[in-house]
Write a new protein. Structure first.
Length: 925
């Protein structure tokens, strides 16, 4: 298949997925006898000053449109032609490979210059806005009608770049329906999502990237407005800003840039919506350019002497999928690593009529004596050939500009990246402004010709600090959040108070699954158990001595965890609770433990060895053990505290709060094979127990990487409403759904399909609750922090305080949207989720929505502080993660052996907690 045909097949595959989703949704609505909903969002109510005014700096920069130029758009295809048969290579074709994508962009950059040189009547480059792929904007009209094909001979100095091509063919097509004229005033976007137009934003995003895309010696650019600096020091960055990583990798610094249309400041000479550029500092790990053998030995020094199959698997995981070039070959074309095979001594083939080893071949053919003949060979497949080709690691070099995938990252590298990326506001502000300067926005000729100016200082605004609710323990002991500390953990009244609803633990056991019995002495184990029981009793819980306390040792990855399974088999029908202490690095036992919990219907708690030691042996033992016991009480059916609003009403008295969380499988799945890969997990949580502040939940499985809830929202809603009615003896008056895992592009689908389905579900349940749907989003690039952060202050003192809300100037001009920073950042700069109320029958004011959202962030119960998302979302995410762990445990052969072939409904039936006794407890606390 040609490159063009392959590109078309990818587009058709994506279209098939979208069509499938729409057809499924319309089929469900038809079966229910329900009409589609209107894709119209709730419009924003007026600003309310319900808190204390605070100064806030953003990472947004004003865009001033000073002209009235018409913008033209063209679709551009760039193909290289080679061979007598006129075969083609499509340089505008997208690629999931970083190396190929960057190489193709470089080719398109040079090709576009050659096109303009060849066509003197076309607008000059400084009037063109090109994405180095298929989109071309121009401030002047290209003198063509419909479409035109232009052929250009490749000059000799560029033949090496385009090899094997000798000619370039350009297909330029006018986009007739495109209509954009730049105005100083920007129209307010309509509330009807199907009438939204993003042409201006797309044009401005590309326009502000022109320097980065054109300056190939300064920047390397990727999708979604990402670019990285090739020489950060030239823009004021320090070596500590982008350190080297282990295993042949380094951390590149740059930015992710986008353009938004926002409300703009009230009053002034030109009130109304404004365009802003959002610029977030970005750090990303890249592979170094080095020989593959060097990369492998840096990561695994003992690899060549190891006989373990696990070592080979680790090397394969590190390098599989990388693009490399053969440094000994005359034609240095990149190709992809597929696998590892044998070695240069043992692999033989027929060379010039003689059986020859790879080692001998390189000595004879290239006069190269291989230094590592026992290293595995790299298997590759060249384009157009069915046969595999094998290369020694030492003759292959890693291509430049390749980012590490999540599967290639080690825990140590992840820690390094988090440490380098989690910078406090004072440093982040410096990095953002340095990145802004690197884009040369106000010296770029194309920006000048468009009469557009970017204000180089970030936008400062005012937010407000909300007064949070109180938390109430047993005996009506109420405490408030210490906003400076972001916690009430150090409040003596909270520490001394009993839980609101203390749990009765019943029969329980504790096992120590550490590497060695000496990791925690018998005396320390006894101390931990006694301290645990003492803390439980101080908080009002009923708990006796464990029925069994013992050391059972750690299982290894390839072994059946028979010792732990045997304990559960013996405990079934007798024990209510099992605690297991493991080493922090032993994630294997944790996953298996949760699979056993689900299988045997016994609540479990995993405590790390470090936590067990801290709970016994240092001054922080009270807080450490409190957190352990907080979990235990929730897991065993208790409730630590309730949330009391400023009106002195208890949160959720007549309300049902539902949250969703998503967990997608790791790795990349193409559009066509989503149904074949591991499923996605949808977690959900709701306050459907007897107490309004008590949340429970579960999870179910759906097709891989699908975020919409069309096919499952009715069953989830039916479950939680019936449970609410069962435990409270009434139906809820108001239903609030925090629809996590939903992008702005999915709002239309939610309003057209999900809302009508959930409304019909409520009708059939005879539930008259009024519905409000709020969409939290943390996957944005907007940051807020104080404008005058002290660089020498601690990170939490540099950040905004928990309860800070932003709901004007930099929010959407039409949508009911606000940002709420609900947690304290212990390191780095806190990120405030964006909340959009897309459907609202409860007629909330802006203050109502903000205060409710912040109050729900108090409801996590395990830690004595607010968390970054409302409790229903936060807890639902935990249920989704639990569903993934249980699935993976079965997949690895420690339970249902045919889990990979199961239908989604069977997976949910077999692996969820729907029919378990502990479903009524917060088992994933």
């Amino acid at each position: 298949m040609s490159d063009q045909g392959s590109h078309l097949s990818q587009q058709l595959a994506q279209l098939r997925v979208a069509t499938k989703v729409r057809n499924e949704a319309e089929s469900i609505l038809s079966r229910l006898g329900v009409d589609k909903g209107e894709p119209i969002v709730v419009e924003r109510p007026p600003h309310e000053q319900t808190g204390t005014r605070v100064k806030v700096r953003t990472n947004m920069f004003s865009i001033r449109l000073n002209g009235s130029d018409k913008v033209y758009r063209y679709d551009l295809t760039v193909q290289g032609i080679y061979g007598n048969e006129g075969r083609t290579i499509d340089f505008t074709r997208r690629s999931s490979s970083d190396a190929l994508a960057c190489d193709r962009k470089q080719c398109c950059r040079i090709a576009f210059d050659l096109l303009l040189d060849h066509e003197p009547t076309y607008p000059r480059k400084e009037y063109c806005v090109y994405d180095l792929q298929a989109i071309l904007f121009s401030l002047k009209q290209i003198p063509i009608t419909g479409h035109v094909v232009v052929t250009v001979e490749i000059p000799e100095e560029h033949l090496e770049t385009f090899r094997p091509c000798t000619r370039l063919q350009f297909l330029i097509k006018c986009v007739e329906q495109f209509n954009l004229t730049l105005h100083t005033d920007i129209a307010k976007p309509p509330a009807n999502l199907e009438l939204q137009n993003y042409d201006l934003q797309q044009f401005l995003e590309l326009l502000t990237s022109q320097h980065a895309m054109g300056a190939s010696l300064e920047h390397i650019t990727f999708e979604s407005g990402r670019s990285y600096l090739l020489d950060p020091s030239s823009f004021g960055f320090q070596a500590s800003d982008c350190p080297d990583l282990t295993r042949g990798a380094y951390l590149a610094i740059g930015c992710q840039k986008s353009v938004r249309v926002v409300q703009g400041p009230p009053g002034g000479k030109q009130p109304g919506p404004k365009a802003v550029m959002v610029l977030e500092s970005k750090k990303t790990p890249f592979h170094k350019m080095e020989l593959v053998i060097e990369k492998v030995l840096h990561a695994f020094p003992d690899f060549l002497t190891s006989t373990k199959e696990s070592a080979r698997k680790s090397v394969k995981q590190l390098i599989q999928g990388l693009y490399v070039i053969a440094i000994h070959a005359e034609k240095q074309l990149p190709f992809q690593i597929r696998d590892l095979k044998n070695n240069a001594n043992d692999t033989r083939f027929n060379f010039e009529g003689k059986e020859t080893s790879v080692f001998e071949y390189f000595r004879i053919k290239y006069d190269i004596t291989l230094e590592y003949p026992t290293a595995p060979l790299i298997e590759v497949k060249r384009k157009g050939s069915e046969k595999s080709v094998f290369y020694p690691m030492e003759v292959l070099e890693v291509c430049d500009n390749q980012r590490l995938t999540s599967s290639q990252l080690t825990p140590d590298q992840t820690v390094q990246i988090i440490k380098a990326s989690s910078v406090p506001p004072a440093i982040l502000d410096r990095q953002i402004q340095a990145n802004c300067k690197s884009l040369h926005l106000n010296t770029d000729e194309t920006l000048k010709n468009a009469q557009i100016q970017i204000v180089e200082s970030p936008i400062d605004i005012h937010g407000q600090l909300l007064k949070g609710p109180k938390v109430e323990y047993n005996g009506k002991v109420q405490v408030e959040l210490d906003v400076k500390k972001g916690s009430w953990a150090h409040n003596q009244r909270a520490g001394a108070a009993k839980y609101l609803i203390p749990a009765r633990v019943g029969t329980w056991a504790i096992y120590f699954c550490t590497r060695s019995e000496r990791d925690l002495s018998g005396k320390d184990r006894d101390t931990f158990v006694q301290t645990f029981i003492g803390q439980c009793r101080r908080k009002g819980m009923e708990v006796g001595l464990p029925a069994e306390c013992g050391y059972i040792g750690p299982p290894h990855d390839e072994e059946e965890v028979s010792s732990l399974r045997n304990r559960f088999t013996q405990a079934k029908g007798h024990a209510n609770f099992i605690m297991v202490v493991t080493d922090k690095s032993d994630l294997f036992v944790h996953k298996h433990l949760k699979q056993l919990e689900q299988e045997f219907d016994i609540v479990t708690q995993n405590v790390t060895l470090a936590t067990a030691r801290n709970a016994c042996n240092n001054e922080k033992s009270r807080l450490t053990m409190e957190n352990v016991v907080n979990k235990t009480n929730m897991k065993c059916g208790g409730l630590n505290y309730s949330i009391v609003l400023n009106s002195n009403e208890e949160l959720g008295k007549n309300d049902l709060y539902v949250g969703f969380g998503m967990n997608h499988p790791g790795g990349f799945a193409s559009s066509e094979d989503k149904s074949k890969g591991p499923p996605s997990v949808v977690g959900y949580a709701a306050n459907d127990l007897k107490h309004p502040c008590a949340f429970s939940g579960d999870y179910l499985y759906q097709e891989s990487r699908r975020d919409e809830k069309i096919s499952i929202i009715d069953s989830i809603l039916k479950t939680v409403v019936e449970r609410y009615n069962k435990h409270r003896g009434k139906m809820p008056e108001r239903l609030f759904i925090y629809r996590n895992g939903c992008s702005e592009g999915q709002f239309t689908s939610v309003l057209k399909y999900e809302i009508p389905i959930l409304k019909e579900t409520l009708r059939r349940l005879d539930c008259a609750a009024k519905v409000t749907m709020i969409v939290p989003n943390r996957q944005h690039n907007i940051r807020f922090y104080p404008p005058d952060s002290n660089p020498s202050a601690r990170p939490w003192d540099q950040n905004l305080m928990p309860g800070t809300c932003i709901d004007q100037v930099v929010v959407h001009p039409t949508f009911f949207e606000f940002y709420c920073l609900s947690h304290q950042a212990r390191q780095g700069t806190a990120k405030a989720p964006r909340y959009t109320v897309i459907y609202d029958e409860n007629k909330l004011s802006l203050g109502d929505a903000e205060n409710l959202t912040f109050a729900l962030c108090y409801g996590h119960q395990i830690v004595s502080c607010t968390v970054g998302l409302p409790a229903p979302c936060y807890i639902a995410d935990c249920y989704a993660e639990r569903g993934r762990n249980v699935y993976n445990a079965h997949l690895q052969g420690r339970g249902l052996h045919d889990v990979a072939q199961m239908q989604l409904e069977d997976l949910t039936e077999n692996l969820s907690y729907a029919e378990k006794v502990i479903r009524d407890q917060r088992f994933n606390a």
